[in-house]
Design a binder for this molecule. Structure first.
Ligand code: SF4
Length: 339
C-alpha cells in the first residue's frame, strides 16, 4: 500500500484547516488529503492502489455531537454525517415515518459493514466497476484520458441511464436513491464556510470528466443530511433486485414514495438504482402518474417513460426490462401499503 500520514482531528474546523492546506485543483477523490470515517470504501481502494492519498484525516475523533445525532420533527428528518448506517436503518422513527430510507439502508451491504459505515461515506461511495478497481485496465475515472475498458468489455453490471462515451459505471448506492426521491439536502462545511446542496445536485454525470464525481471541493466535509417531511414520506418503500438476496449490489432498484387520494396519485416520488451512473430521479415517470389512478397500466406507462432514454451496451440490455418490472412492482406495492 502507498504510505500515508494518519491524523485524527478533534473538530470540524481543524479537519477543514488541514484539508485546505493541501487542497489542490484535484477533485476530492484525487486530493492529497482525504477524509475517512467508516473506511469501508476508501480503505479498499487504498489497498487496491486505486486511491493514493498522502494524508488520511480520520473523522471519528470530531467532537461536534450533531454529527452523530438523528433528529425528527414535523418539518423533517436530520441525519448527522457520522451516524452509522445500521443505527439509522433500525431507528424506530425512520422506520415509521420514512420507510424508504430505513429499507434502503437495511438492504445495503452486510450487517458488519452497516455497523461501520457512516451515512455521509455511504452517499459518497465510489463505483465498483471491475475495470476501475483493477489498475492494469484503462479507466477514465481513475486515470483521466486513459480510455474505458468497460465499453467493449464485460459490462453486465454497468449503467444504461446517464452514461457518456467516456464512462458507463453504475452508482451502486441504495440510500442515495431514497434521498434523491425525497428531495434531501446535504450540509457541508469547508474552508469557504458552510453551504447546502440539493442532493440531486451533489453527484455529477460522467460526461467528459468522469473522474469528477461530486460537486464537493477537496476541503469540504458533509456534516448532515436533511429530508423534508412530505405527504408521501410514510407511504414509501425501497425494492432491490440483485443476483443473491444478501450482500450484493442492485441490478435494479426502485425508491418510491406516494401521496394518494384513494388510488389516485396526488404526487409520486421515484428514483432508480443499479441502472444509472448517478442517483437517478425518474421525473418523467412521476409526471405520467400525477392525477392518474395507479393501476398496472399506469405503472407500466411510468416504467416505459423512466427507461425511454436508456442506452444499453452488449451485456446489460436486460437491465431495461428488469428495471421496468422493478418499478412497476415497487409502485404497486407502495400503493398497497397500510399507512
Ligand atoms: Fe472506468 Fe467508468 Fe469505464 Fe468503468 S465505466 S472502466 S469506471 S471509465
Amino acid at each position: 500500500m502507498h504510505p500515508f500520514v494518519y491524523e485524527r482531528p478533534a473538530s470540524l474546523s481543524a479537519a477543514v484547516a488541514v484539508a485546505s492546506r493541501s487542497a489542490t485543483r484535484h477533485p476530492p477523490t484525487q486530493a492529497p488529503a482525504q477524509f475517512i470515517a467508516g473506511g469501508t470504501n476508501l480503505a479498499d481502494y487504498m489497498k487496491l492502489g486505486v486511491a493514493r492519498p498522502e494524508r488520511l484525516l480520520d473523522l471519528n475523533g470530531l467532537s461536534e455531537p450533531a454529527l452523530r445525532r438523528i433528529e425528527t420533527d414535523g418539518e423533517g428528518l436530520r441525519l448527522g454525517a457520522l451516524v452509522r448506517m445500521g443505527d439509522a436503518a433500525e431507528n424506530a422513527e425512520i422506520k415509521r415515518r420514512y420507510p424508504v430510507i430505513a429499507e434502503s439502508l437495511q438492504l445495503a451491504a452486510s450487517g458488519q459493514l452497516r455497523n461501520m459505515a457512516s451515512l455521509a461515506g455511504n452517499i459518497l461511495q465510489r463505483t465498483r466497476c471491475e475495470y476501475f478497481r483493477e489498475t492494469s485496465w484503462p479507466c477514465n475515472k481513475r486515470e483521466p484520458g486513459s480510455g474505458c475498458a468497460a465499453m467493449d468489455g464485460f459490462n453486465r453490471q454497468h449503467a444504461v441511464l446517464g452514461t457518456s462515451e467516456n464512462c458507463i459505471a453504475t452508482y451502486h448506492g441504495d440510500f442515495a436513491q431514497a434521498l434523491i426521491a425525497l428531495d434531501a439536502t446535504v450540509h457541508v462545511q469547508g474552508h469557504n464556510g458552510r453551504r447546502k446542496i440539493l442532493f440531486a445536485s451533489l453527484h455529477r454525470l460522467p460526461e467528459d470528466s468522469p473522474h469528477i464525481e461530486t460537486d464537493l471541493a477537496p476541503d469540504e466535509i458533509v456534516t448532515a443530511i436533511e429530508v423534508p417531511a412530505g405527504a408521501w414520506t410514510r407511504r414509501s418503500r425501497y425494492l432491490k433486485i440483485r443476483d443473491r438476496q444478501s450482500y450484493a449490489f442492485a441490478l435494479a432498484s426502485a425508491a418510491v414514495a406516494l401521496d394518494l387520494d384513494g388510488e389516485t396519485v396526488n404526487e409520486a416520488r421515484i428514483a432508480l438504482g443499479g441502472v444509472a451512473t448517478v442517483p437517478w430521479r425518474a421525473r418523467a415517470a412521476e409526471e405520467i402518474l400525477r392525477g392518474k389512478v395507479l393501476d398496472e397500466a399506469a405503472a407500466a406507462a411510468a416504467a416505459e417513460a423512466a427507461f425511454a432514454e436508456a442506452q444499453p451496451r452488449r451485456h446489460n440490455a436486460f437491465k431495461i426490462e428488469l428495471g421496468k418490472r422493478t418499478l412497476i412492482r415497487g409502485l404497486l406495492e407502495t400503493r398497497d401499503m397500510k399507512v
